[in-house]
Design a protein around this ligand. Structure first.
Ligand code: PMP
Ligand code: GLN
Length: 393
């Protein structure tokens, strides 16, 4: 018998409930709505990569536990990718760790690097697992709010500097940023790097949307900035870049000591995962540049389609510079509560979206914002837009 006086779920996790993505995807299924909520593509990634997974499975590669740090082929492919794209050089044996998606990489990094009471600064709105993992690690999250401007959501560097205290251990950065689509500029990244060096902070950077930056400059990894390589844990994932979100292959690149620390936590979470898929992702990372540019172009066209449709439907649209999400303001529609709006949207329009408020500590700051995913087939987006326009009418 358990004591009825004591809740089963511990205090660290009690505030989190069910992730909004599960809730909203279930709502989409229940109501037969178009799901522009949870960020997953509605078509699979490249056929030859899917076949590479089938081949690995058939040939018995990865069907038993792969090595703890990941198969050598994938670790080498990850380091080759970091070198080719960003000029970042890592040792595949000691400076790479394959994880069960970026989700596990985030969890392992925070569990490994935080002592109870350490403060972690994260941009608000933040991806939901950040808050939960900081809590599981006994850390304290310190949100710095990205504020809405005409052109999008931006970081206030003074607020960031002011948020650092003697207890700050780590900056948890996400660029391109989910859910706002903000891409940090070179100037902002330079300032973040200087702050990290000056205050001797560790940095965990979530770069799962690295191949979805829409302007020419492309993605700028924080680890390339002066003084950052030795203090930065960079996190990537195959899920978004190759449209296989169910495979759960992610990775960490960092200096040896950091990787060793993250591995210490990771080995007791999943130990290993996704054996045959690791072989396929090794091949995916070696795809020619044309794959990555075609992927980006395709998403760019979809961004423009959905942004135009949402604007016509009466939303204020913040055009994302990266990711496959569009954050909107619903106030021009006469609405102010994103939660209520998203819960009613299936009935009103047969579409599901995500209320950004769940990604805020200051819920009222996020209340009027709603996120739509555009990683869907063109015809699906067109139908969603047609339905959403009914709201304006
Ligand atoms: N970080 C961000 C910002 C995300 O949007 C997601 C969802 N892809 C993740 C991490 C988790 O990635 P994965 O599916 O590889 O665990
Ligand atoms: N990253 C996806 C999103 O932001 C969801 C992933 C998940 O459901 N955990 O929509």
């Amino acid at each position: 018998m358990t004591s009825s006086a004591r809740p089963l779920l511990n205090r660290r996790l009690a505030e989190f409930g069910t992730t909004i993505f599960a809730e909203m995807s279930a709502l989409a299924v229940r109501t037969g709505s178009i799901n522009l909520g949870q960020g997953f593509p509605d078509t699979d990634g490249p056929e030859e990569i899917r076949e590479a997974a089938v081949r690995a499975l058939r040939e018995g590669r990865g069907n038993q536990y792969p090595p703890g740090p990941g198969i050598p082929e994938l670790r080498t492919a990850i380091t080759a990718h970091q070198l080719r794209r960003y000029g970042l050089s890592y040792d595949p044996d000691t400076e790479v760790l394959v994880t069960a998606g970026a989700t596990e990489a985030i969890a392992a990094a925070l569990l490994a690097l935080l002592e109870p009471g350490d403060e972690v600064i994260a941009f608000e709105p933040y991806y939901d697992s950040y808050a939960a993992c900081i809590a599981m690690a006994g850390g304290t999250r310190v949100p710095v709010t990205l504020r809405a401007h005409e052109g999008g959501f931006r970081l206030d560097l003074d607020e960031l500097r002011d948020a650092v205290t003697d207890r700050t251990r780590l900056l948890l950065i996400n660029t391109p940023h989910n859910p706002t689509g903000t891409v940090l500029t070179r100037e902002e990244l330079t300032a973040i790097a200087e702050l990290a060096v000056e205050r001797d902070l560790l940095v965990v950077t979530d770069e799962v949307y690295e191949h979805l930056v829409f302007d020419e400059a492309g993605h700028l990894p924080l680890a390339t900035f002066p003084g950052m390589r030795e203090r930065t844990v960079s996190i990537g994932s195959a899920g978004k870049t190759f449209s296989f979100t169910g495979w759960k292959v992610g990775w960490v690149t960092a200096a040896e000591g950091l990787v060793a620390a993250v591995r210490s936590a990771k080995q007791f979470l999943t130990y290993v995962a996704s054996g045959p898929f690791q072989y396929a992702v090794a091949e995916a990372l070696a795809l020619p540049d044309s794959y990555f540019s075609a992927f980006r172009e395709d998403m760019l066209a979809k961004r423009d389609l959905l942004a135009a449709g949402l604007t016509e439907a009466g939303f204020q649209v913040f055009r994302p510079a990266g990711t496959y999400f569009i954050t909107t303001d619903i106030r021009p529609l006469g609405e102010s509560d994103g939660f209520a709006f998203c819960r009613a949207l299936p009935d009103r329009a047969g579409v599901v979206a995500i209320p950004n408020a769940v990604f805020y500590d200051h819920r009222e700051a996020g209340a009027p914002y709603v996120r739509f995913a555009f990683c869907k087939q063109t015809a699906v987006l067109e139908e969603a837009v047609r339905r959403l326009k009914a709201l304006a009418g």
